[in-house]
Design a protein around this ligand. Structure first.
Ligand SMILES: N[C@@H](CCC(=O)N[C@@H](CS)C(=O)NCC(=O)O)C(=O)O
Length: 202
């Protein structure tokens, strides 16, 4: 039960999607109570959690009576009108471009192999899934490298939720055996993100 103004974020330590929301909330100085769920124990699959959140996944935000799933939707909601998601329509559209790209290309290509390498290496389909998804992860890292090599310090102008969303799984891509040393501009960008005010590690 949340109070009228309390923000609660359901989070898991292995989830980069959840980490995005914690990082944005901390950098914006928003008070958020973080509730940790254990994905391996299936704590997102309980009837109680699914009654609150039909998506049955983390992250999940409660803001008083308002609830929201999907990490990048939560980023937009928390950061609306701030320096991390400014009101200018073209800046917003570019940020959204990267958020959709992240979910369509970077997240499946990087997070799925990471999950199977780190959490479920013995799952029956682990090897096949890793083989299928890894080329997509490599393509995503190459796209990011090209964008940064074109002179962009951050993904869209100044540091924004686009950087937060993409950073979440890129900076831990080594967990799944991706060679970040092959992407020097990505490595410099990772260091820049880590140097932003109020940064908290995953
Ligand atoms: N597109 C969603 C993905 C959410 C998602 O897949 N969450 C994972 C952790 S990163 C999860 O809760 N998995 C639980 C399960 O599959 O049982 C987002 O960006 O929030």
């Amino acid at each position: 039960m949340t109070t009228a103004r309390e923000r609660v974020l359901y989070h898991s330590v292995i989830s980069g999607n959840s980490y995005k929301c914690v990082l944005a909330a901390r950098q914006l100085g928003l008070p958020v109570r973080v509730v940790l769920l254990d994905l391996v124990k299936g704590e997102v699959r309980t009837p109680e959690f699914r009654a609150k959140n039909p998506f049955g996944r983390v992250p999940f935000l409660e803001d008083g009576d308002f609830t929201l799933a999907e990490s990048n939707a939560i980023l937009c909601y928390l950061a609306r009108g701030t320096r991390l998601f400014p009101d200018d329509p073209q800046t917003q559209a570019r940020i959204l471009q990267w958020l959709f790209w992240e979910q369509n290309q970077a997240e499946p290509g990087l997070a799925i192999p990471r999950y199977f390498v780190k959490v479920a290496p013995d799952a029956p389909m682990a090897k096949t899934v890793i083989e299928v998804q890894k080329p997509r992860g490599v393509a995503a890292l190459k796209t990011l490298e090209r964008h940064l090599a074109a002179g962009n310090r951050f993904l869209v102008g100044e540091y924004s939720i686009a950087d937060i969303a993409v950073f979440a799984y890129v900076h831990v891509a080594g967990d799944a055996g991706f060679e970040l040393a092959e992407y020097p501009r990505v490595q410099e960008w990772i260091a820049r993100v880590k140097g932003t005010e109020g940064f908290v590690a995953m």
